[in-house]
Design a protein around this ligand. Structure first.
Ligand code: GZL
Length: 318
């Protein structure tokens, strides 16, 4: 006989185009630009209508965007939280409106984890640990000596956005790995300050580091490649050789840093994978079909020292 109880949920979702509201942080770095491009392409490939909002680095704009997605009655909301805290209220409003939420790239601190269905991100702690481990190996392999003739390698750190899970966790990973190293006593962090993940700010803060500690700095740990690229300009302007006088490690793996490594101006990049769009769209479709999804998924990432840069650059996708 005929199917008396028509199953609205599958039929409704089956043929109606899914509408996703996406709140992006902004366009602060090459990495972020690649992240946005990949998400827009993945939505198109998946036949999902994307309502995209650029928050210009302001949390209040993300909250406004999420409220507007709720008012528009989108099927699903995804966003990259610029900072960890301050999301409980607006995510409760999304939950009350029965709109599922996916957290993308960065992480949040919530009182109630049921306020989001899934999180697709990058493992910032491991990235920070990998950054220190590589530096520790490199200083030994190159038989480097502290520039000030002392017994410690002096490190300066350009941090990411204040309060972002990525900055907090990359610092945590880096310092944890340093403390765990047998060489811990050979390193000293002289200064650590935010460069807001941008080239411009990275250059400015590095200029101030050089003024304060010029001939004592052995290592720069930049929490993204864009700040490292800005710092390289400051180091050269100070008459020093980036990648030689000052060993540089950063995180992301964008094309710009591969080029700098080929030119001998940077020493290593720890990859952070922005190509999260396909997984995001697949996860959204599963959620809207009522299928179970993993709460927390990490995308894959590697480590790329300068001597791999020439061979790797042609295959880099961002
Ligand atoms: C990392 C991402 C960071 C990148 C920066 O997952 O959130 O934000 O490292 C970007 O380049 O600005």
């Amino acid at each position: 006989g005929s199917n008396t109880s028509s199953d609205k949920s599958s039929a409704g979702k089956g043929d109606k185009q899914i509408v996703m509201g996406f709140s992006q942080i902004g366009a602060e770095s090459e990495w972020r630009t690649a992240h946005t491009k990949d998400i827009k392409q993945a939505a198109q490939d998946a036949g999902i209508k994307l309502i995209f909002s650029d928050a210009q680095q302001k949390q209040e704009n993300q909250i406004k965007a999420i409220r507007s997605f709720i008012a528009q009655g989108v099927d699903i909301i995804a966003f990259t939280p610029i900072v960890e805290t301050g999301w409980d209220t607006v995510l409760k409003e999304a939950k009350d409106a029965k709109i599922p939420v996916i957290i993308v790239d960065r992480d949040v601190k919530l009182n109630d984890d049921s306020l989001y269905v899934a999180k697709i991100g990058t493992d910032s702690v491991t990235e920070g640990q990998n950054a220190f481990k590589w530096i520790d190996e490199y200083m030994k392999k190159q038989n480097k000596k502290p520039r000030d003739g002392g017994d410690k390698f002096n490190i300066v750190v350009l941090e990411g956005t204040v309060g972002s899970s990525v900055a907090v966790r990359r610092s945590q990973g880096f310092t944890e790995a340093m403390k765990a190293s047998p060489d811990a006593s050979k390193y000293e962090i002289l200064a650590s300050q935010t460069g807001e993940f941008t080239r411009q700010k990275g250059q400015e803060v590095m200029e101030s580091f050089l003024k304060s500690y010029g001939d004592k700095i052995d290592i720069l740990f930049a929490q993204n490649d864009d700040m490292a690229l800005g710092a390289i300009q400051a180091i050269e302007a100070a008459g020093l050789k980036p990648g030689k006088d000052i060993t540089i490690i950063s995180i992301d793996g964008v094309k710009g840093i591969f080029q700098a490594m080929i030119e001998g101006k940077s020493n290593c990049t720890v990859e952070c994978n922005p190509l999260q769009g396909k997984l995001l769209m697949e996860t959204a479709k599963k959620i809207l079909k009522g299928e179970k999804v993993e709460k927390n998924v990490f995308v894959k990432e590697g480590v790329f020292p300068a001597d791999t840069a020439k061979d790797t650059l042609p295959s880099r996708k961002y």
